[in-house]
Design a protein around this ligand. Structure first.
Ligand SMILES: C[S@@+](CC[C@H](N)C(=O)[O-])C[C@H]1O[C@@H](n2cnc3c(N)ncnc32)[C@H](O)[C@@H]1O
Length: 382
């Protein structure tokens, strides 16, 4: 579960937001979908519910789908695609429900209008989404079209880049106050530093994108959308009075990160340099140091990485006092090698990998506790 999504949706003014395993749900209009697509940093897609229905077999599905007035949503001269999630004993091939839905939509529009819109796999026009679990179906307009988990600036990925929505979720879950230094050693393609800059500048991620699914639904009006974009641009700060620093040992990574930051329009607020993570400049004033080291799933060897994680712990202790340190890893054993006691261990899934964001309070020497006792920075199992 994305632990930030509910807070993000509530902050946009939506009420009665209910969480389930992988999603949040609430009441809204198709026009509200514009706002959600423009502002959400941690979401994957904004689905607008059209109908829920009982359906045991593919024929039930077809009968329910053909009842929906698709001619009111999809232009005859438009193009649509169908995506689906099915968990139904009748279905062996996941493409089959898509086909059934597509046929029902095409047959419905042909019956009402005498012709049908084109359809196919591309998700850059009207996208219809089906969730079919056992004997319950739900059909949505996917108002995002292509996923909004990609924020549109990462033209050059380096090794094992984080998905943009996950990078944003890590930052929003951290205790960064958006007004103090944000340091990202091992920046790779720069996703964390770029997301931090977009968050600090109050720049909506949807501003970087020109096409969404809702634009291809009958009734979409360009003017209110353009007005929302204009107003949103006015909310953005251009400059920051603290530092965002991104470093990597690999010159190609730094070049990719700089190009991506330029595409995102945040290159002027990030200081990039090519160096070993231990040489990363740590300015006075405190803030957050967030590191996403390799964790041996896709890159590197776990044994070699043990030393690296231990060195991250040493770097935190020696160079980062007064900061909050974070390590995001998909290998819990490697996380232990940092050798410091985490204050929080927050669960995330990166694709299917069980990951943790480990939070370390990096005070120097001993810290006075509220009860008059003292706590020394020490090693502890993660
Ligand atoms: C998992 S990738 C980071 C991915 C990044 N979060 C992104 O979204 O693109 C880890 C990065 O650590 C860098 N790295 C490995 N060892 C390093 C070291 N000793 N000092 C600095 N960077 C290092 C690699 O070059 C790689 O870019």
């Amino acid at each position: 579960m994305n632990i930030c999504l509910k807070e993000e949706v509530q902050a946009l003014g939506f009420m009665n937001v209910e969480e389930s395993h992988m999603s949040v749900s609430f009441q809204g209009t198709l026009a509200d979908c514009m706002k959600l697509n423009l502002f959400l940093r941690t979401g994957h897609s904004v689905l607008f519910l059209i109908k829920e229905f009982p359906a045991r077999t593919p024929d039930d599905l077809y009968k329910e789908m053909i009842e929906i007035p698709w001619e009111e949503y999809i232009d005859l001269n438009g193009y649509f695609s169908v995506t689906s999630f099915s968990d139904n004993p009748e279905i062996n091939d996941s493409r089959f429900p898509n086909l059934k839905c597509k046929d029902a939509i095409a047959d419905r529009i042909t019956a009402k209008k005498g012709a049908r819109p084109n359809s196919g796999p591309d998700r850059n026009k009207t996208v219809i989404n089906l969730h079919w679990r056992e004997d319950r179906g739900a059909v949505y307009i996917d108002s995002s079209g292509e996923t909004i988990a990609k924020h549109g600036y990462r033209k050059i990925p380096f090794k094992a880049p984080l998905q943009e929505s996950l990078a944003a979720a890590l930052i929003l879950t951290s205790k960064w106050d958006k007004n103090s230094n944000f340091i990202n050693p091992m920046c790779g393609s720069g996703t964390l530093a770029i997301e931090a800059a977009l968050i600090a500048q109050n720049r909506a991620p949807g501003l970087l994108r020109s096409n969404f699914g809702f634009m291809h639904v009958i009734g979409f009006e360009a003017e209110p959308w353009e007005e929302m974009r204009r107003e949103t641009k006015l909310l953005a700060k251009r400059n920051l009075d603290f530092k965002i620093i991104a470093t990597d040992i690999n010159e190609d990574a730094i070049q990719a990160a700089q190009r991506n930051a330029a595409t995102a329009g945040v290159d002027h607020v990030i200081e990039f340099s090519c160096c070993d993570f231990r040489e990363t400049p740590i300015p006075e004033g405190g803030g957050v140091v967030l590191i996403n080291p390799e964790y041996g799933e896709r890159l590197g060897e776990v044994d070699e990485l043990r030393t690296l994680y231990k060195e991250i712990g040493d770097f935190f202790k020696k160079s980062c006092s007064g900061y909050l340190g974070y390590v995001f890893t998909g290998n819990l054993d490697l996380g232990k090698q940092v050798g410091l006691k985490p204050k929080r261990k927050i669960e995330f899934y990166n694709s299917k990998i069980d990951c943790r964001l480990l939070e370390f309070e990096l005070y120097s020497g001993t810290k006075k506790l509220g009860n008059g006792e003292q706590e020394t920075q020490k090693s502890k199992d993660v």
